[in-house]
Design a protein around this ligand. Structure first.
Ligand code: TMP
Length: 238
């Protein structure tokens, strides 16, 4: 299989179908723009499984995504897209860089969800950018950005409600979007949705169960990720 792209947590391979790509979830984890690295056996499978379940749910709720089908232990088949070089972060509760940037206390509920856009550029360290920066950098057309933000709000509503049923608080998360091949006219949700890209706290105790376990050395990452998967599966079955 021909490797198209290797990122910090995933690999993309060509398939026989020109507009379909195999996405493999790695066990590797990085934090602080790659400065901190480790590998966790089974992380790839857990994140793949969660992404599949969440993409299926979002598709059912009318959110177009790149997801096509499951493909074994660590992989899925997705539609080929050109990734928009913007990371859309949705926040419901203060944590992470929002606490650092504003001085607001971690754990404080936001009056309204906050939408942030980051320029997906490792060399620059993924800086926060405004709509005007996005326009000047040509990262997305105004109508595309509008669509992306509207989709982000919808995804936030769906996921907040669902994780609530699973006994989890969706603190914040990151989404990426892509332009569908071959004509690149349609924007769909892409990348992954997993505890690598979402902050999830135990609704009862506030315990962190996502990648902050690794970022902040708080405990065993796989224990947290497995518990999230179990709760998601139980919530879907109930
Ligand atoms: P932040 O508080 O560090 O800005 O992170 C906001 C959310 O985005 C959090 O759920 C983690 C996620 N995230 C990623 O998925 N990838 C990244 O590179 C970063 C910095 C954050």
């Amino acid at each position: 299989m021909k490797l198209i792209y290797e990122g910090k947590a995933k690999r993309l391979y060509e398939t026989e179908e020109p507009n379909e790509v195999l996405m493999e979830f790695k066990d590797d984890a990085t934090a602080f723009n790659g400065a901190k690295k480790a590998s966790f056996a089974d992380k790839g499978r857990i994140n793949k499984t969660l992404s599949v379940l969440l993409y299926e749910m979002l598709e059912n709720e009318g959110v177009p995504t790149h997801f096509l089908r499951d493909h074994g232990e660590n992989s899925i088949i997705v539609r080929r897209v050109e990734i928009v070089q913007i990371e859309l972060v949705m926040r419901n509760i203060v944590a992470g860089s929002l606490a650092k940037r504003t001085g607001l206390p971690e754990g404080q509920k936001l009056r309204q969800p906050i939408i942030e856009t980051y320029y997906k550029d490792d060399q620059l360290g993924d800086p926060l950018v405004t709509d005007e920066h996005i326009r000047e950098l040509n990262l997305a057309r105004p109508d595309e950005l509008e669509k992306i933000k509207r989709s982000g709000l919808k995804v936030n509503n769906i996921l907040t409600r669902f994780f609530g049923k699973a006994g989890l608080t969706l603190v914040d998360f990151k989404l990426e979007y892509g332009r569908l091949f071959p004509n690149k006219h349609n924007i769909v949700l892409a990348d992954e949705i997993s505890p690598d890209t979402c902050r999830l706290w135990d609704a009862a105790t506030g315990a962190k169960m996502d990648k902050d376990l690794f970022r902040q050395d708080l405990g065993d990452l796989i224990t947290g990720y497995s518990e999230i998967l179990t709760r998601v599966q139980n919530a879907l079955a109930s």
